[in-house]
Design a protein around this ligand. Structure first.
Ligand SMILES: [Mg+2]
Length: 241
């Protein structure tokens, strides 16, 4: 069969974002949302911010989309404020051997991340992985008919498939977020679930009302292969092809 086209997620797939980066993003987002949702100079309280986060996440799949739609927030402002770090490089935790893994893996690789471009570019450079990717698709580029459509948008994935001019079955999405894998599978892509960084993330998503609950790491039917680490991809290739 034709060589695969890999779509790699970044956060909690290629590095451990739950270690320090996600907690910082959450704190930044909360502070920014408190400001936007507040009255005049008085920021909204924690309860109001959490309620909005849960509601928008459930309704739109991303807090950002709800803030853009209901509070006239500019996406680029929200993303910039959420990804403000004192020392990003010091916060990055990743496994060794990822560059070697990507070199060994046959096929074209595309980075597909719901994170903003500057942040993902900085992380990829620090990890030394950018040169292994033919393309870098960050959230700013995930637009359909002018609207921001991040993962798990099927419209966005369909547009990507059309642009790459390859049938859906050639793509393999490698991800930690099951909703994104589910959408990809519906379109006929193949799917790999990376689970090692999941527990902290799952706890947080559960806390925010975004299921599945922590502890659920059984392989659902829309996932072709489940691995702890992307480093196990070469040994599991036979299950995907
Ligand atoms: Mg992820």
């Amino acid at each position: 069969m034709a060589s695969p086209i890999w779509l790699f997620d970044l956060d909690n797939t290629l590095h451990n974002a739950s270690h320090a980066i996600f907690p910082a993003i959450n704190a930044n987002m909360n502070a920014y949302m408190a400001k936007v949702l507040g009255e005049g100079d008085v920021p909204a309280d924690e309860q109001a911010v959490n309620a909005a986060r849960v509601a928008y996440w459930k309704r739109y799949g991303a807090t950002l989309l709800g803030m853009v739609k209901h509070h006239q927030v500019r996406a680029e402002d929200f993303l910039r404020e959420a990804h403000r770090f004192d020392d990003l490089i010091a916060m990055i935790r990743a496994e060794r051997g990822l560059a070697r893994l990507l070199r060994r893996l046959p096929g074209r690789k595309i980075l597909l991340t719901n994170a903003p471009h500057k942040y993902s570019h900085d992380v990829m450079r620090h990890l030394g992985l950018h040169r292994h990717f033919a393309k870098h698709i960050a959230i700013e580029s995930m637009r359909v008919h002018g609207q921001l459509r991040p993962k798990p948008s099927k419209q966005m994935l369909r547009k990507l498939i059309a642009k790459e001019r390859a049938p859906a079955c050639r793509y393999i999405l490698v991800e930690d977020t099951v909703d994104n894998l589910k959408a990809a599978k519906t379109l006929g892509m193949r799917t790999v679930w990376v689970t090692q960084y999941l527990s902290a993330r799952a706890n947080l998503q559960h806390h925010l009302g975004h299921l599945p609950p922590p502890g659920l790491t059984k392989r659902p039917s829309y996932i072709d292969v489940k691995v702890k680490s992307v480093r196990q991809l070469p040994d599991n290739l036979y299950k995907i092809r």
